[in-house]
Ligand binder design. Structure first.
Ligand code: FAD
Length: 271
């Protein structure tokens, strides 16, 4: 265990936030339930590195085949809300998996969770040339200076962020990762210079969003130093349950547990 040094810049301020008008360059099915969509556009010349888990808003067509209106007036979200409903884009939150501004490219990994959500539906059908907007980015991975180790807990939706965080950790730290995916084919190699221990949990066809699998794995962890920094993201009920067990049963202070509900079983992001 060492200091919590990251190999990339610390989280940036809000001046990194801006809109990007982009199109789909290509799509690759990375694992059975995940599509990596590469977006391209001249706006990416202005892309700013913000940290290891850049989160952004993705603006999608309000109906299949419709244009994506990305306002260029500020405040940006007031301008989006002021659009007539027929032109107002569908907005969802995603993580930039990789950015190559010099090549004007950005990768986003979309979980293909079925046709019940507009973003998953859009990703399943996306073709080169399809229009898309992005507004971002922010990153908030910010462990306290005396952190002795990192605990990253998540599901398919937080895997892009976890991959970014592990890649940013330096060789002097250790990290334990617990991720739930559907099956072995949904696992991905996680690059890291750190001393990494990864536990993959498999739903094996069960409906995603049941907290028990992840919760049991967290409860089964051997004792760890209270100066561990825990980052938990994924389905909301799972995140809440894991946070409670880390704070109440493992004595981590609230400041050492970053938690973020990425989606909620049975609810759309804009519900
Ligand atoms: C900071 C942040 C970063 C995120 N990064 C990513 C990312 O990189 N990749 C990614 O795929 N997602 C990511 N998400 C999660 C993503 O925003 C949600 O899954 C979102 O709900 C998907 O929108 P949708 O239109 O497909 O479904 P919605 O219209 O929001 O929901 C429709 C239905 O689908 C269900 N649903 C939503 N997501 C899932 C899922 N993953 N599995 C099963 N059922 C689901 C809902 O419960 C609802 O019943 C992130 C979320 C946050 C807050």
């Amino acid at each position: 265990m060492g200091t919590p040094r990251l190999a990339r810049p610390a989280p940036a301020g809000r001046d990194s936030l801006r809109p990007y008008r982009l199109t789909v360059a290509r799509k690759r099915i990375v694992t059975p339930h995940l599509a990596r969509i590469t977006l391209t556009g001249a706006d990416l010349a202005h892309y700013t590195e913000v940290g290891p888990e850049p989160r952004c808003k993705v603006l999608l067509p309000p109906a299949p085949g419709a244009e994506v209106v990305v306002p260029d007036t500020v405040p940006f979200w007031d301008a989006v809300r002021a659009l007539p409903e027929s032109l107002r884009p569908v907005v969802r939150t995603y993580t930039v998996r990789a950015a190559r501004p010099a090549d004007r490219e950005l990768d986003i990994d979309f979980v293909l969770h079925g046709d019940n959500g507009p973003a998953a539906r859009w990703a399943a059908a996306a073709r080169p040339g399809d229009p898309v907007g992005v507004y971002g980015c922010l990153s908030s991975y910010d462990p306290p200076a005396d952190t002795t180790g990192h605990l990253l807990v998540g599901d398919d939706t937080s895997l892009p962020a976890i991959a970014g965080i592990t890649a940013a950790l330096s060789a002097s730290v250790s990290a334990r990762v617990i991720v739930e995916v559907d099956g072995p084919d949904d696992e991905q190699p996680l690059e890291s210079a750190a001393d990494l221990t990864v536990t993959w949990l498999h739903r094996a066809g069960a409906e995603p969003g049941d907290p028990d699998l992840v919760l049991d794995a967290v409860r089964a962890l051997p004792a760890f130093d209270p100066r561990t920094y825990a980052w938990v993201a994924g389905e909301s009920a799972m995140v809440q349950a894991v946070r409670s067990t880390l704070v109440l049963d493992r004595d981590l202070t609230r400041q050492r547990v970053h938690f973020s509900g990425y989606w909620r079983r049975g609810s759309a992001e804009d519900d």
